[in-house]
Design a binder for this molecule. Structure first.
Ligand code: ADP
Length: 528
C-alpha cells in the first residue's frame, strides 16, 4: 500500500468526511507550510523502512482481506498521512493462530535468549528515536520534543523487561508431609490481546508487549486506528531485532470486530487494555465467556491539591506539567486543581501567567509546547465542558476557546471558581483546560478528591511532611505525586483503583500480569 494512496474502499467507521467535518484551517498558508514539512518527514520515514502501512500477521505484512483501508490523519493539518488496512474478525483470527503457533517456540526459549531479543529491540528503538518521534508527531500531534521523549520512555519498558525476563523466580514451599516436596512454577499465560489508545502511540504498546514477551507470551496488538503507524514501525523493528514471526502481530480496523474476535477466542488467555472506561467495561464483560485474565488502564479524574503551605514555584511548575502535557490528553493529567483558600489568588495568578507562555502550534515547529487535540470530537467535548462550567458560574481566567490557528487547536485555558458538581469536575476533560476549585480544610480537600469513581493519579503540593503522609494514605488512587507532576517511570507500578482499572504496568509487578502460577506436588519421595 503506498503513502497517501486514496482508499480503495474506505472503512465506513472512519470516513474522511466525518473525521474532520466542519473544520477549516483558518490560516491556509500555515496549513500549506506544515504540509510541505510533513511530506519531507514522511519521505524520510519511507526511505528508512519505518513507514509501514500494512498489518503484521505471522511475520507477513498484510492488507485487509477485502482490500478496505482507513485513512490516517495529521491532526495539525487534517491531511491524510497514509492509508492502512481496515481489518476485522478474519484477519484477527489469523493473527491469533500465528501468535498461538509462535507461543510454543517463543515460550520454550531460555529467559536469556528472550532477553537478548528484547534488548536488541530496545537498541533499535533508541537508534530510530528521531524517526519514531516524527511519526508520533505526525499522526498524534504532540510536539516533536515530547514525542521523542515518549520514544525514550516507551523504549525504557523494553529495556527494563529485557532485564526482568531473567528474574521470573518460582518458589519452594516447606512441605507439611515428610515424603512430599512442594514447588511453585511461574509460566507465561499464553497469547495476549493488547488493545491500545492514541495518546501514547508507542509507550502504551511497549509497556504491555515488553513484559508479555519477557514472560514468554506472544501478542496480537490492536493499536488505535488514529495512530497505527507508530505501532507498525515498532513492529517492524521487533522483526529486525530477531523476535520471531508470529510473536508480535498487529491488526487494526474495525475495533469492535477485532475486539470481539480476541474476546471469543479460547486461545487468547489475556486481554490488556488502555483506553476509555466504557470500552474497558465491555472488554471485561466480554472476557468472562472464556475466563481470560484481564488488566485495564482506564480513565482518571486526577485531583491536584495545592495546600497553603506549598512552595508556590514548585506547585505552579508541577501543576503545569501534570495538566498540560500532551495538551491535557493523558489519563494521569490533573483534571481538578483543588487550591486552599489562603493561596488561591496567588496560585491562580502565577499559574495563569505560566500557562499564557505555552506556545501553541504544529508539533514540528520549534518551541511549540501544545499541539492540536486529536480530532474534532475531542474539541467539541472540551467546548461543552467549558460551556457547562461557565453557565454554572465559573470564570474564565485565560483562554476558553478554540485557538486562532483553527483545526483542532484549543487555547490553553484556566477556569476559576469551579465547583465540584460541574461536568468538568465530574469527568475527564482530556484537553488543555485547568479548572481551579477552592477548599478550606485538609479533610475537605480529601473528600473532594475522593468524590469520584475514578482512582488513577493524584498530586499534592505541600511542604509539610506529616501532611503529605496523611493525605497520601487517605487518597483513593493508584499513583500519588508529592511536589511532582510527572511521576511515570518504567521502574514503578502504574495503575488505578476503583473504576480506573485493574492490574499494574511497569516495574517488577508488571510481570505478574502475564504469568500463571503452577503448584507442583512431588509425592512418594521415600520410594526409590
Ligand atoms: P479513546 O477515547 O481514548 O479513543 P477508546 O476506549 O475508545 O478510548 O479506545 C481505546 C482503544 O480501544 C482503541 O484502540 C480503540 O480502537 C479500541 N476500541 C474501541 N472500541 C472497542 C471495542 N468494542 N472492542 C475492542 N477495542 C475497542
Amino acid at each position: 500500500m503506498t503513502l497517501g494512496r486514496m482508499a480503495l474502499r474506505t472503512c465506513k467507521l472512519l470516513s474522511s468526511s466525518s473525521h474532520f467535518a466542519s473544520m477549516q484551517p483558518s490560516t491556509p498558508l500555515f496549513s500549506r507550510q506544515i504540509s510541505m514539512e510533513a511530506k519531507g518527514f514522511t519521505a524520510r520515514l519511507n526511505s528508512s523502512g519505518l513507514l509501514r502501512t500494512q498489518g503484521l500477521i505471522g511475520g507477513r505484512w498484510t492488507d485487509a482481506y477485502d482490500g478496505k483501508t482507513i485513512e490516517v490523519y495529521n491532526p495539525a493539518t487534517g491531511e491524510v498521512v497514509a492509508n492502512v488496512p481496515c481489518m476485522g474478525g478474519r484477519e484477527t483470527n489469523d493473527a491469533i493462530s500465528s501468535a498461538y503457533d509462535a507461543f510454543h517456540s517463543w515460550s520454550k526459549l531460555t529467559a536469556a535468549e528472550r532477553s537478548k531479543c528484547l534488548r536488541k529491540w530496545y537498541d533499535l528503538l533508541i537508534a530510530h528515536k528521531e524517526e519514531l518521534g516524527q511519526l508520533i508527531t505526525l499522526e498524534q500531534g504532540k510536539p516533536l520534543k515530547e514525542a521523542i521523549g515518549e520514544v525514550a520512555y516507551g523504549s525504557s519498558f523494553i529495556e527494563f523487561f529485557a532485564e526482568e525476563a531473567k528474574r521470573v523466580y518460582g518458589d519452594i514451599i516447606p512441605s507439611t508431609l515428610a515424603d512430599r516436596r512442594l514447588f511453585v512454577l511461574k509460566q507465561p499465560v499464553g497469547v495476549v490481546g493488547a488493545i491500545t489508545p492514541w495518546n501514547f502511540p508507542l509507550a502504551m504498546i511497549t509497556r504491555k508487549v515488553g513484559p508479555a514477551l519477557a514472560c514468554g507470551c506472544t501478542v496480537v496488538i490492536k493499536p488505535s486506528e488514529l495512530t497505527p503507524l507508530t505501532a507498525l514501525a515498532a513492529a517492524e523493528l521487533s522483526l529486525q531485532a530477531g523476535i520471531p514471526p508470529g510473536a508480535v502481530n498487529v491488526v487494526m480496523g474495525n475495533a469492535s470486530d477485532i475486539g470481539d474476535a480476541l474476546l471469543a477466542s479460547p486461545q487468547v488467555r489475556k486481554i490488556t487494555f488502555t483506553g476509555s472506561t466504557a470500552v474497558g467495561k465491555k472488554l471485561m464483560a466480554g472476557s468472562a465467556g472464556t475466563v481470560k485474565k484481564v488488566s485495564l488502564e482506564l480513565g482518571g479524574n486526577a485531583p491536584c491539591i495545592i495546600f497553603n503551605d506549598a512552595d508556590l514555584d514548585v506547585a505552579v511548575k508541577g501543576t503545569l506539567a501534570a495538566k498540560f502535557r500532551n495538551s491535557g490528553q493523558t489519563c494521569v493529567c490533573a483534571n481538578r486543581v483543588i487550591v486552599q483558600e489562603g493561596i488561591y489568588e496567588k496560585f491562580a495568578n502565577a499559574f495563569a501567567n505560566a500557562v499564557q507562555n505555552l506556545q501553541v502550534g504544529d508539533g514540528f515547529s520549534e518551541g511549540v509546547a501544545q499541539g492540536p487535540l486529536i480530532n474534532e470530537a475531542a474539541v467539541q467535548k472540551v467546548e461543552s465542558f467549558v460551556q457547562d462550567a461557565i453557565s454554572k458560574g465559573a470564570k474564565v481566567l485565560l483562554g476558553g476557546k478554540r485557538h486562532s490557528l483553527g483545526m483542532t487547536f484549543y487555547e490553553p485555558t484556566v477556569i476559576g471558581d469551579v465547583k465540584n458538581e460541574m461536568l468538568i469536575s465530574r469527568e475527564e476533560v482530556f484537553g488543555p483546560v485547568a479548572p481551579l476549585l477552592r477548599f478550606k480544610t485538609e479533610e475537605e480537600a480529601i473528600r473532594i478528591a475522593n468524590d469520584t469513581n475514578a482512582g488513577l493519579a493524584a498530586y499534592i503540593f505541600t511542604t509539610n511532611v506529616q501532611r503529605s503522609w496523611r493525605v497520601c494514605e487517605a487518597l483513593e488512587y493508584g499513583l500519588v505525586g508529592v511536589n511532582e507532576g510527572l511521576i511515570s517511570t518504567e521502574v514503578a507500578p502504574f495503575g488505578g483503583v476503583k473504576q480506573s482499572g485493574l492490574g499494574r504496568e511497569g516495574s517488577k509487578y508488571g510481570m505478574d500480569e502475564y504469568l500463571e502460577m503452577k503448584y507442583v506436588c512431588l509425592g512418594n519421595m521415600n520410594s526409590n
